[in-house]
Design a binder for this molecule. Structure first.
Ligand SMILES: [Zn+2]
Ligand SMILES: [Zn+2]
Length: 131
């Protein structure tokens, strides 16, 4: 019985150290602009065994994306655009809902305004973390 407990603690310890390495996080993105009312729980990943590729689909008015295993190749982009602000070629992916293009976002830090109404009224508390 005692042995069992040690293994359990060891398991928790391993789980915690993995969390610092991967730390998938789900954020609740919500807009306080009353005429907009955007709200969505967005899983930015990555998980223990998968990556997330996330972007905002202007057509669907929501964050969309793909999950794929660490050992898999990321989805093929549908095309590329030249981004003059970054001076780089950036891939566009097909929205899994409507097929229209979306641009991959690096993470939460790049979401400074509400993607739906364009106001700086976006809130982004952590809903939960996993892994
Ligand atoms: Zn879409
Ligand atoms: Zn908004």
């Amino acid at each position: 019985m005692k042995n069992h407990r040690i293994w359990l603690m060891l398991g928790v310890f391993v789980a915690l150290s993995v969390a610092t390495a991967y730390a998938g996080v789900v954020y609740r993105l919500s807009c306080s602009n009353r005429t907009c009312n955007f709200m969505q729980d967005v899983d930015f990943g990555p998980g223990f065994s998968f990556q997330r590729l996330i972007g905002y689909c202007v057509h669907c008015e929501e964050f969309v994306g793909f999950s794929y295993r660490h050992y898999e190749k990321p989805p093929e982009p549908m095309g590329y655009v030249w981004d003059t602000f970054r001076s780089e070629k950036r891939p566009l992916y097909a929205c899994p809902n409507c097929g229209k293009p979306f641009l991959k976002i690096g993470g939460l830090g790049s979401i400074k305004i509400c993607p739906k109404c364009g106001e700086g009224s976006i809130r982004r508390p952590v809903l939960r973390s996993y892994d």
